[in-house]
Design a protein around this ligand. Structure first.
Ligand SMILES: [Ca+2]
Length: 444
């Protein structure tokens, strides 16, 4: 009896020891940023080594025959490897669960990456919720001022987020590519509340969000919750991209939380070149930065393109002012600092639209190059009503030019223009635009 207990205790100690070393060995051996670490000595001094590649995680568990392959959500039975098959009889009580480092949703409904708990901790992440059938944790990587990220997916927040920040400073996140195959960053502004532009020319002269090191990105300010941007990182070299939030002055509660996703060159979610914003789906809504139908002002110094993926079997696209929204690119005339002037309606063409305008290639009011009234389609639209023809009210604008794209040009000025001045559109109290789009089926 005593002998039986001794034998049992002996096996428990051995297996505990193996468990520790297997688990510790796993953490030690994992590939971090591509730098493989040396292998430790295993049980009884025997050297053993397993290689865990980026993109997969492994978790050793005590099986006791209670873990069934079918209990793992999204994990095939082939992913369960009995270590004993490789490493001898002492490992026979352990199973290694292997799972991919896929995207996952955290308890706070943010996007994370599925890692083992040890891996998440070793990489400096925060675990929130379970994934991989409970064998992994949904891991997020949050950064704030002065830090550097090497992660596929990161969050960049103000100091002490979710508390706000009120002060003068320059808060930077350095984003290093995780591999040479990264071509773009996608920035999702979950929260982005900065000081509004100044009231004369709507320039961002106090606060700015700036991107450097990649493709040209317009500086923005004000409120941009829910907006996004794509930044080209360039194929050559691994120079980092820097995200900077400049804040100037006190008396305003800034807050930001930006998701930074690295996009591989061959990713299906990658935006076409030259697209600052990229939308998919048959229908959707596009808005100018700092859009707010009642109080937000159109930002000056904006030059960028919004692209919409052409969905299968759709050949044209129709735009209209979104329900309850506004469209105010230029105008009105004759206003003052305290009173709105006379609305100018929809204006078209490069002669008239020469300060701020949208470019929608061959925009028409009937989906054909020749519009109603026998005028040709227009590329350049402005005014304070949205239409492809000169009229007082907004209408539907259709184009069949693909790829579907809306290019924004807002100059550096917003000024009150007297009604006596012709051929210069008023630029005062403009709100920018909110447009709904719906793709139109091919008809031939
Ligand atoms: Ca302007």
């Amino acid at each position: 009896m005593l002998q039986g207990h001794f034998i049992l205790l002996f096996f428990v100690l051995i297996n505990s020891c193996v468990y520790c070393q297997l688990y510790q060995g796993y953490a030690e051996e994992e590939s971090i940023h591509g730098n493989q670490r040396s292998s430790p000595k295993g049980y009884f001094g025997k050297s053993w080594r397993r290689q865990v590649l980026d993109g997969d995680s492994e978790v050793p568990i005590v099986t006791n025959n209670t873990v069934s392959p079918t209990s793992l959500t999204g994990t095939s039975s082939a992913d369960l490897e009995h270590a004993g098959k490789r490493d001898g009889k002492f490992f026979s009580l352990f199973t290694v669960v292997k799972f991919a480092n896929d995207d996952c949703a955290t308890a706070a409904n943010e996007n994370g990456t599925c890692y083992s708990a040890a891996e998440c901790s070793a990489r400096g992440g925060v675990s929130s919720g379970a994934c991989a059938g409970g064998f992994g944790v949904c891991c997020t990587f949050s950064y704030t001022c002065g830090q550097t990220t090497y992660q596929n997916s990161s969050y960049f927040s103000n100091l002490n987020y979710p508390s706000s920040y009120d002060g003068t400073g320059s808060c930077q996140l350095t984003v290093n590519k995780v591999s040479s195959n990264v071509c773009q960053l996608r920035l999702d502004f979950f929260v982005m509340v900065l000081v509004q532009p100044e009231t004369n020319d709507s320039n961002c002269n106090r606060d700015q969000f700036i991107v450097t090191g990649g493709s040209r990105v317009p500086a923005i300010c004000g409120t941009n919750n829910g907006q996004h941007m794509y930044v080209e990182t360039g194929l050559l070299g691994n120079s980092p991209i820097t995200l900077t939030v400049v804040t100037s002055g006190t008396g305003f509660a800034r807050q930001w939380r930006i998701k930074v996703t690295q996009m591989n060159c061959d990713s299906i979610g990658r935006a076409p070149n030259g697209c600052l914003q990229y939308y998919t789906g048959v229908s959707g809504t596009i808005r100018s930065f700092n859009y707010d139908g009642t109080s937000g002002r159109q930002l000056s110094n904006q030059d960028y393109s919004i692209c919409i993926r052409t969905e299968s079997n759709f050949c044209s696209i129709a735009y209209s002012v979104c329900t309850g929204g506004v469209y105010s690119i230029t105008g009105p005339t004759g206003g003052s600092a305290t009173a709105q002037g006379t609305p100018i309606g929809a204006l078209v063409g490069s002669t008239t639209c020469n300060t701020d305008w949208l470019t929608i290639p061959c925009a028409s009011d009937n989906g054909r190059a020749i519009q109603r009234g026998n005028t040709v389609c227009q590329d350049r639209l402005c005014g304070d009503a949205f239409a492809s023809v000169v009229q007082a009210t907004s209408g539907t604008v259709i184009t069949s030019v693909r790829p579907f794209q809306v290019t924004v040009h807002f100059d550096a000025f917003e000024a009150i223009v007297p009604t006596s001045v012709t051929n210069v559109q008023g630029q005062f109290n403009n709100r920018g635009f909110c447009l709904s789009y719906i793709q139109q089926p091919c008809t031939s």
